[in-house]
Design a protein around this ligand. Structure first.
Ligand code: NAD
Length: 423
């Protein structure tokens, strides 16, 4: 259902965090103050209020947003989330992060994000379809294959994208598949999209291991979260000969120092609803899971999992952030001081948006690629991007997260500068 985690509202304001991260990179880059002023704001922020007739006949007015942070490098790209606590500040932060994510992997998009304040879990399919079609109509002044291309996020899925594509196409009078990505295969979706985030993360782990001299054959891996990103990451790491010693979901974690078979865990979870209780495994809490003895830790669940309280106890040599925002800024510093190598989220999980880009390209060309082609092109993007960030980190002696922001901000600044100020 989801491709991104909820921002924890007990934590700091996401827009404040996003601008602070930007300022750190801007300082290191000695960014011109005028450019800093431009990139520190969102270019367009649309708020819409629209009525939806509910099944009891009552009319309910919903609030939604679509924000484009920066479109200097190409059309806006970013998901749409349906969540009760969505807010403009959160959407702005997510849009800014999308700008950096697209720039760090060098795909020709700017950053955007959208949301509707609603609780999809309490709505019927019919209401969700009506809400989606009306919201699409409201934001149609911003979206389009050359302008801004939404995708699924928390609370939305491939079916939601199908409704958006259909609504937009009805208005246009012809079918426009390239207006959204993350669509079902039957209407222009891409092969390889399901596993793309995990596959991209694993390509960066392979590169990091070469840099660290870490042998992946026999390396002990812990994965937090066994959903889309986590389960495929575990399976792909096991295929490389790594030993999966710990896994978890919302119910808790499981541990076996000799190794867990992710395919068996998947089958068990499908049968019972959780990884917990897998025969031959020992139960651990989610907190214990993160501190298990291992070489590689892959947070693939939600944000704010590694903080000041547990960062000193992390034993992994390498942390690969398949999830968005799993590490707090304080924990980041602790891990850096301990010598833990970090593959930051905007780089590590960018495989998802990269294959979304491939979906858009295929839709525009009406020419669809085989899965092997998708994976080979994804590998090329992830390997190149990892090495760009690593070089920045070594050159400026900064940790990988700051380096990733520096690579991204420099690319967006260059595009913005080259285009100049209109009029
Ligand atoms: P998902 O809903 O498929 O899976 C999430 C998993 O995390 C589930 O197994 C759930 O049980 C588990 N989980 C939730 N809360 C937990 C907790 N407190 N402790 C342990 N496990 C918990 O979601 P997903 O699409 O795999 O996304 C996971 C993370 O990856 C998110 O941060 C998301 O933003 C990020 N991400 C995903 C994609 C993608 O394409 N799916 C792309 C970029 C980033």
């Amino acid at each position: 259902m989801t491709s991104a985690a909820v921002i924890d509202h007990t934590q700091r304001d996401p827009w404040e965090v996003a601008t602070e991260q930007f300022d750190t990179a801007a300082d290191k880059l000695h960014l011109d103050p005028n450019m800093r002023g431009i990139l520190r704001e969102c270019q367009r922020e649309l708020t819409v209020h629209f009525p939806v007739r509910m099944h009891d006949g009552a009319v309910k007015v919903f609030t939604g947003y679509r924000v484009q942070h920066n479109t200097s490098r190409g059309p806006g790209k970013g998901g749409i989330r349906y969540h009760p606590s969505a807010s403009l500040g959160e959407v702005k932060a997510l849009a800014m992060w999308m700008t950096w994510k697209c720039a760090v992997v060098g795909i020709p998009y700017g950053g955007a994000k959208g949301a509707v304040i609603c609780d999809p879990k309490t709505m019927t399919l019919q209401q969700l379809e009506t809400l989606t079609r009306r919201y699409t109509t409201e934001i149609a002044i911003l979206i389009g294959p050359e302008r801004d291309i939404p995708a699924p996020d928390l609370g939305t899925n491939a079916q939601t994208m199908a409704w958006i594509m259909d609504t937009y196409s009805m208005h246009a009078g012809h079918t426009v598949p390239a207006v959204v990505t993350g669509k079902p295969l039957s209407i222009g979706g891409s092969e390889g999209r399901n596993e793309a985030t995990a596959r991209g993360a694993v390509y960066t782990i392979i590169e990091a291991s070469k840099h660290l001299g870490l042998d992946l054959e026999g390396a002990r891996v812990v994965v937090q979260g066994f959903g889309n990103a986590g389960s495929f990451s575990a399976k792909l790491m096991a295929e490389l000969g790594a030993v999966i010693v710990g896994l978890s979901d919302t119910q808790g974690g499981i541990h076996n120092a000799k190794g867990l078979d992710p395919n068996k865990v998947d089958a068990y979870k499908r049968e019972t609803g959780s990884v917990v209780g897998l025969p031959g495994s020992e139960r651990v809490t989610n907190n214990e899971l993160l501190e298990l003895d291992c070489d590689i830790l892959i947070p693939a669940a939600i944000e704010n999992q590694i903080g000041e309280h547990n960062a000193p106890k992390i034993t992994a040599k390498l942390v690969a952030e398949a999830a968005n925002g799993p590490t707090s800024p304080e924990a980041d510093r602790i891990l850096y001081d301990k010598g833990v190598f970090m593959i930051p989220d905007i780089l590590c999980n960018a495989g998802g948006v990269t294959v979304s880009y491939f979906e858009w390209v295929q839709d525009l060309q009406n020419l669809f690629w085989r899965e092997a082609t998708i994976n080979a092109r994804l590998k090329e993007v992830m390997v190149r991007s990892f090495n760009d960030v690593l070089q920045m980190s070594l050159k400026h002696k900064v940790h990988m997260r700051t380096a990733a922001y520096m690579v991204a901000v420099a690319r967006v600044a260059e595009a913005t500068l080259t285009r100049g100020i209109y009029p």
